[in-house]
Every structure is written in structure tokens, then in C-alpha cells.
Write a protein that binds this ligand. Sequence first.
Ligand SMILES: C[S@@+](CC[C@H](N)C(=O)[O-])C[C@H]1O[C@@H](n2cnc3c(N)ncnc32)[C@H](O)[C@@H]1O
Length: 207
Amino acid sequence: METLKQHWENIYDKKPLTDVSWYEPVPETSLSLIDEFHLPKDASIIDIGGGDSFLSEDLLKKGFLNLSVLDISGKSLERAKTRLGKNADKIHWIESNMLDFKPAHQFDIWHDRAVFHFLTDSDDQRKYIDIARRSIKENGYLVLGTFSTEGPDKCSGLHVQQYSEENMISLFQPHFQKIKCFHQNHPTPFNTFQDFLFCSFKRKQFD
Ligand SMILES: C[S@@+](CC[C@H](N)C(=O)[O-])C[C@H]1O[C@@H](n2cnc3c(N)ncnc32)[C@H](O)[C@@H]1O
């Protein structure tokens, strides 16, 4: 049986950047949410399941100095590194399943677009929240983009958990204070739309 890692490696093997439903030439929503935190350029930011998306590259262009990208697919990270050329050395690349992630230090911002929603098992969701809770600094930030209850129920052949604002808040609020949640209708390269729910949270005082 195909493992989760093989599944994603196959996708990045077969499909070019512009042929995946999540392709976003400018990750405007994520960039503007990160801007709103008004953090200094040495803030540590991790993009969970960042793959070969443009977020880390655009944050680098904005002058951010302390960037990490984690993905289960080594091929996706290789693609991002090739695109970045020499600048790839300025980013810390981590090939790992997010559920096995044991960060060496805490982050000011944890960003995740279209990754958490692949966890359809409540134990895995709890594990993710526990890892995020321990990995984000006190008063640090969490940005999450998932398919909403009006969005698709599958992505890349995998089932996803759709979220309403209420579900999302009830899962994260023991450790995170909601800043804001809103819907974003993402235009795919196939002339269709996917309804996302984006939420930003602030890590509460440590418990
Ligand atoms: C739908 S894509 C989104 C990519 C990127 N975040 C974006 O917005 O363009 C999901 C990404 O999450 C990665 N991924 C899926 N499950 C993962 C897991 N358990 N741990 C780490 N990465 C994972 C995939 O390899 C893929 O790059």
C-alpha cells in the first residue's frame, strides 16, 4: 500500500507547479495576514507543508531572515530549492511528516495553508494542535487555511476535514486566541473555485 510520503512524492513527480489545484502565484492572503502581525524581519516563521509554494520566496523578498519550510515530500522541497537557486541556502528546509516534527526551537509564526485539513482522524488533529502549541512562542502567531464547509471534501485524491469558523475555534481555543477568520475563494488553474477558511490566532500565555 502506498504510504502518505509516496503519495505526495508521486504528485510532485508527475505534476508541474501550475497543474495543482492549490497553485497560487502570489500567496496574497497569507502574506497580508503575516504583515498584520508587524513582526521584525528576524521573526522566525515556519511554513508547514509549504512544498514548492511561493510563500517562503516572497517572505525572503520582503526581507525576512529566519524562514523554515517543512514538507513530507522531499521532491517538493527540491523543486523550491531549484527555483530559488543560491537563495535556497537562506531557508531552512525540513523533510518530515508534520506529525513527527520535533522542532529544535520555537517559532514566532506557524503558517499552514491546505495541510491541517488532511488530518481527518481526531487523534491526529489533537497531535497536530499539541505540536503547534509547543512549537509556537508565547504570544506568537498561527495562520491556518483549510477547506471550509463550503469547500471541496477531497484534495489530491485524499479526503479532507472541512472546517467552519466555530469548529476551528473550538479546536484551537484552549491554547490560541482567535484574531480573525474569513473565507477566501481560491481560483484553481482549472477555472474552478475552492472555498477556504483562513484563521489567524495568537498563542495564549503558556499553560
Ligand atoms: C495541498 S498542498 C499545499 C501546499 C502549500 N501549503 C500551498 O499552499 O501551496 C499540501 C502540501 O502538504 C504536504 N503534506 C501533506 N501531508 C503532510 C504531512 N503529514 N506532513 C508534512 N507535509 C504534508 C504535501 O506534500 C503538500 O506539499
